[in-house]
Design a protein around this ligand. Structure first.
Ligand code: AMP
Length: 292
């Protein structure tokens, strides 16, 4: 059903979202959800575009979720520009933006969390961010309960997050389709991220080392290299040569379980987190089915 003329609704309360989604469902419309933390860019827009192409109505949440940040991380300094976000969302056909206060999402004495009790959320980013995926699973569960979408859209940029959400949806029988969307990059290769705004001009140039390492890894795989150790070592060497870069991890893992692998086969995720100055950036690639 066409929605081109309807103005975008801005909802700040859970009750408003529920009332609107109920009305849409009574009309027989399907609903897509795109969870974000705002300061939106073309990566987020690609998720909205995909959702609009697949669902009658699209809800985008803009919420910097405190439970996924540890003390000392960038919760307070995380960039915010809600007016600009709304302009982008209108352009891309979002029907409703959900922009709650923290108090709307979490009661002062909230103490219920959703957590995957396997190694999966402790790998990769989980090693330096041990409570991160518990916070992600908890807020995404709450958004699923509030919006009750037919489908939800997540970026492959956060590959571990996507795998964790898929596992949670399976384990808790959410019955929501999870759609993974490709990484959107700047013209020079840097994966788009709200955190790129932290980079000084010099750091911005250094940050290219992540996408160059991805390209190197992909090239080695295309040339037939199957040793995970050799590919991650070559990528690490390239990154280490960049003075402003400090490696958190460069790892090859199974794309579903996130457990380390020795051989690069289709479905393997090669992922990295690298500090450029104080800014922690991530990038990755999946070993393709078509690889020899
Ligand atoms: P964030 O606002 O950073 O929490 O991201 C919200 C959603 O946008 C997540 O599903 C991310 O994976 C996705 N996303 C962020 N950056 C990109 C990008 N460069 N390409 C594709 N998806 C992205």
């Amino acid at each position: 059903m066409e929605n081109e003329t309807a103005p975008m609704i801005i909802a700040t309360t859970i009750a408003q979202v529920r009332t609107q989604v109920d009305a849409w469902k009574k009309e027989g419309l399907t609903v897509g959800l795109v969870p974000t933390m705002g300061y939106l860019h073309e990566g987020h827009a690609s998720l909205v575009d995909r959702a609009v192409s697949q669902c009658d109505r699209v809800v985008v949440s803009v919420f910097v979720n405190p439970t996924q940040f540890a003390p000392g991380e960038d919760l307070e300094s995380y960039p915010r520009d809600f007016d600009r976000d709304c302009a982008l969302l209108r352009q891309h056909g979002c029907s409703l933006v959900f922009h709650p206060e923290v108090s709307e999402m979490y009661a002062d004495d909230a103490a219920t969390y959703v957590e995957i009790l396997s190694e999966m959320p402790r790998q990769l980013c989980g090693k330096t961010r041990p409570i991160h995926f518990r916070g992600v699973c908890t807020v995404v569960t709450k958004l699923f309960n509030i919006v009750t979408p037919d489908a939800a859209f997540f970026g492959q940029k956060d590959a571990q997050q996507l795998a964790v959400i898929r596992r949670m949806v399976r384990d808790l029988s959410f019955g929501i389709e999870i759609v993974g969307c490709p990484i959107v990059r700047e013209a020079d290769g840097l994966a788009k991220s709200s955190r790129n705004t932290y980079l000084s001009p010099e750091e911005r140039r250094s940050a290219l080392v992540l996408s160059r390492a991805v390209a190197l890894g992909q090239r080695l795989v295309a040339q037939g290299e199957r040793s995970a150790a050799r590919v991650t070592a070559a990528m690490s060497q390239l990154i280490s040569a960049e003075p402003l870069a400090r490696i958190d991890y460069v790892s090859a893992v199974d794309g579903e379980s996130m457990l380390p692998v020795e051989q690069l086969a289709p479905g393997v995720l090669v992922a990295m987190a690298v500090y450029i100055g104080k800014t922690r950036l991530i990038d990755n690639f999946m070993v393709e089915e078509s690889a020899p």
